[in-house]
Design a binder for this molecule. Structure first.
Ligand code: MN
Ligand code: MN
Length: 309
């Protein structure tokens, strides 16, 4: 059996890194030869988790076909979120918690896709099913991933599976998940060190809705003013990304992780329609306030798809 690479999506988040590491470990226990790699450097939040559990970041790759014939995907399936030369390798396994979109294969494969809050939760259950012991450091990374994807179990994407996994993984990792989780999320909100482009586009994804190409980014903070003090510069960054990449509309979700509220900054075509999708009027400051909204996938994309699609 030849070696396979395991990786998550571009612009890796904590789940993408943790899930690649955990799934590679799992497959190696079952006799595969795999290596966890990443399609980019870890972000500040992920670095905090890796440092805390004294683990090295996975090696970064640009392409896969120069190294292997087969790959395993975690935390994504849409080809445009994956490695650039995905069409030149065979995908043998997919573990994901996103919609399936634009994903086709020539050969049969293993897929485990569940509507959980985090891929690391799916993996936690897979380890349990096969009775594979989780090392404390890897359990800590998977815990970090669930805390990240569910914003400390507060996001509406959170399922009972995620909660059970967090309690069990916190025990294995030997941490108080609430204290550790807040410290980790805060480490990811060091916005002063980030460029305007990083803030608006660091976590952004593209969505086609009706005739519009929307770019939707999200940034976490402990104080909305840390972001909006820079609003004029952020808008400039959004405008140039739109003209460079052909996006019609750019939405930046600014989420306060302490009280689970978000402000949306909306620029470009049909900005008023975007605001109206949430029952709001867009003010002169181009922002709307959405109390209780933290999830792009569950609370922002669906009303937009409904209104624009
Ligand atoms: Mn992810
Ligand atoms: Mn995820």
């Amino acid at each position: 059996m030849s070696k396979e690479l395991v990786f998550g999506h571009q612009k890796p988040d904590t789940d993408t890194i943790a899930a690649a590491m955990a799934y590679s470990y799992y497959q190696n226990q079952l006799g595969y030869e795999t290596e966890a790699v990443a399609l980019g450097e870890p972000n500040d939040e992920t670095k905090f988790a890796l440092d805390h559990f004294k683990l090295a970041a996975p090696r970064v790759i640009e392409t896969a076909a120069n190294e292997v014939d087969k790959v395993m995907l975690v935390d994504h399936n849409e080809p445009q979120q994956s490695v650039a030369d995905l069409d030149k390798v065979q995908v043998t396994h997919v573990i994901d918690h996103h919609r399936i979109n634009g994903f086709n294969t020539a050969a049969p494969l293993y897929m485990n896709v569940r509507p959980y809050g985090c891929v690391s939760t799916i993996l936690f259950e897979m380890f349990e099913e096969k009775h594979i012991d989780l090392p404390a450091d890897l359990a800590g990374m998977m815990l970090s991933a669930i805390i990240s994807d569910t914003l400390l179990l507060k996001s509406p994407t959170t399922t009972d599976h995620d909660k059970e996994a967090v309690y069990a993984l916190a025990k294995l990792a030997g941490v108080d998940y609430e204290q550790y989780g807040l410290d980790m999320l805060k480490a990811g909100t060091n916005l002063a060190a980030k460029s305007d482009n990083d803030i608006v586009d660091g976590d952004a994804k593209t969505f086609e809705m009706g005739d519009l190409t929307l770019r939707i980014g999200q940034v976490n903070t402990v104080d909305l003013n840390d972001v909006f003090a820079r609003q004029a510069d952020l808008e400039k960054a959004m405008e140039s990304l739109m003209s460079e990449n052909g996006y019609d509309t750019f939405v930046l979700i600014v989420t306060n992780i302490l009280n689970s509220d978000s402000d949306l900054l909306i620029v470009g075509k049909e900005a008023d329609k975007v605001a109206q999708a949430f029952g709001k009027e867009l003010g002169a400051n181009k922002r709307i306030n959405l109390p209780g909204v933290v999830s792009r996938k569950k609370q922002v994309v669906p009303p937009l798809t409904e209104a624009l699609g």
